[in-house]
Design a protein around this ligand. Structure first.
Ligand code: BGC
Length: 454
């Protein structure tokens, strides 16, 4: 791992981004033209909930920006909804782009640095019908979309994540059939989608830099700590190692070395122009899972995940455990991606916990992990808690609650959970002890990447 000198007194740097993270479909409400809306119409949301108004951001994101400001965060991660901006192929909605401009301006007015994700799981339905990222045409369609978005919003934002969790998008959509398009065990297609996502990412990376020379561009990589269910079993150890590499290295490895590792490419197939296309590594880290071989479970591709009941964990998904809350895993994630030799942002971290039983501990422990990483010289630049207010958790609907604020989706009433105060206190303390004291104003395009304060 690329670690500088040890400094036990190291503190959070002045420009450290303290934020909360969200995504368009989960918070905006009224997104009816993407593949998740279709998935919901087909009755595929396990909780049978509907997204409805979600957190009502399309009409009033500003009320949540006020809440975020009350926590003292200096950054906020959101995503733009492709199906709003290009509701039909080649037809662009200026209205949607101006609403996003309004949102980014509102963030900056409140002293928050916007981090914008271009693709957070949702595709316009027209793209889905063309095969989405299984179709190579998606590469230039995504590039064209990126060009429009950065052209319209680039004076208000210079921190971009191209894709959110391509490894989750591919695993759940094409291996396990849990996300649209609901394919199970489609290995070849999954490989093709992964390659096209890498190429689309690289094309977007270059497009953004051609419009904004000093843009800060990366992607969000989901990392799971996998552990063999029975460490004494060679088969469990093997499947665990296999899944760890296939899941955690999917995408990241291609960006590191410019090739698609087996089975995503034909034994190291070259991916033109992909190598080195990131200015930072964005890590989404939540949990640890045990993995064991399950020869009688073809439905789950012959492996099974579990969490020992005595381990700390938040609420369970409808059918499976969400995962063990294991803050030490944050270090493992950071160490795992150190080979990319780039600054690191934790773009998501949190726990589903309606009663706020363990979230306070999760937040404190993760901040402690970051402090020790910084003390060891790791170039960690930001932390975004998932999430501000409870939002629509994909197939789990309103069943899983990740918010620092509880949301009643019917009344839209927000109630602070105790952990909101804990997060606010930690931010205050960490900022007060930061090297150069106060965070600066939001960084406009053209300012230095290192003066990363908001
Ligand atoms: C996703 C979010 C999701 C969160 C909690 C992440 O994998 O990026 O959209 O809500 O996990 O499960």
């Amino acid at each position: 791992m690329d670690i500088g000198p040890r400094d036990q007194n190291a503190v959070f740097p002045a420009g450290f981004a303290w934020g909360v993270a969200t995504s368009s479909h989960q918070v905006e409400g009224g997104n009816s033209k993407n593949q998740w809306a279709t998935w919901e119409k087909r009755g595929r949301i396990k909780s049978k909930d509907s997204v409805g108004l979600a957190c009502d951001w399309w009409r009033n994101a500003e009320q949540d920006f006020d809440l975020a400001q009350s926590l003292g965060v200096n950054a906020l991660r959101l995503s733009v909804e492709w199906s709003r901006i290009e509701p039909e192929e080649g037809r662009w909605s200026e209205e949607a782009l101006s609403r996003y401009r309004q949102m980014l301006r509102a963030l900056r007015d409140r002293g928050m640095r916007p981090f914008v994700t271009l693709h957070h799981f949702t595709n316009p339905q027209w793209l889905e019908e063309k095969g989405a990222f299984a179709n190579a045409e998606s590469i230039w369609l995504f590039r064209r979309f990126t060009q429009r978005v950065v052209g319209a919003l680039g004076d208000l934002c210079s921190d971009w994540a191209t894709f959110n969790e391509p490894n989750v998008y591919v695993s759940l959509g094409y291996f396990l059939g849990e996300f649209p398009p609901g394919n199970k065990g489609r290995l070849l297609r999954a490989a093709q989608v992964t390659r096209n996502l890498c190429l689309a990412h690289a094309a977007a990376y270059r497009t953004i830099h051609s419009l904004q020379a000093d843009a800060n561009v990366g992607w969000a990589q989901h990392y799971v700590v996998f552990k063999p269910r029975r460490p004494e079993s060679a088969l469990d150890r093997w499947i665990c190692g296999f899944i760890h590499r296939r899941f955690n290295d999917n995408f990241a490895e291609s960006i590191r070395c410019g090739r698609a590792p087996f089975p995503y490419g034909n034994f190291g197939q070259t991916l033109d122009g992909v190598k080195g296309t990131c200015d930072f590594v964005g890590i989404n880290y939540y949990s640890r899972l045990r993995v064991g071989l399950a020869p009688r479970s073809p439905g789950t591709l012959f492996f099974q995940i579990s969490v020992p009941p005595h381990k700390p964990q938040g609420d369970s998904c409808i059918e499976v455990p969400y995962g063990e809350a294991y803050p030490e895993g944050l270090r493992k994630a950071v160490e795992h991606f150190a080979a990319l030799q780039k600054p690191v942002y934790i773009l998501e971290n949190g726990v589903p916990d309606r009663q706020d039983r363990i979230r306070p501990w999760v937040i404190e422990s993760n901040v402690h992990q970051m402090r020790t990483l910084l003390a060891e010289g790791v170039d960690l630049r930001g932390y975004f808690h998932w999430t501000l207010t409870d939002n629509f958790e994909w197939n789990e609907g309103w069943h899983l609650r990740f918010g620092l604020f509880e949301l009643d989706p019917e009344t839209q009433l927000r109630t602070p959970r105790p952990s909101s105060k804990i997060y606010a206190r930690l931010i205050r303390e960490c900022m007060a002890s930061s090297v150069a004291g106060e965070p600066g104003p939001p960084r406009a395009a053209g300012m230095s990447r290192d003066g990363a304060s908001a």
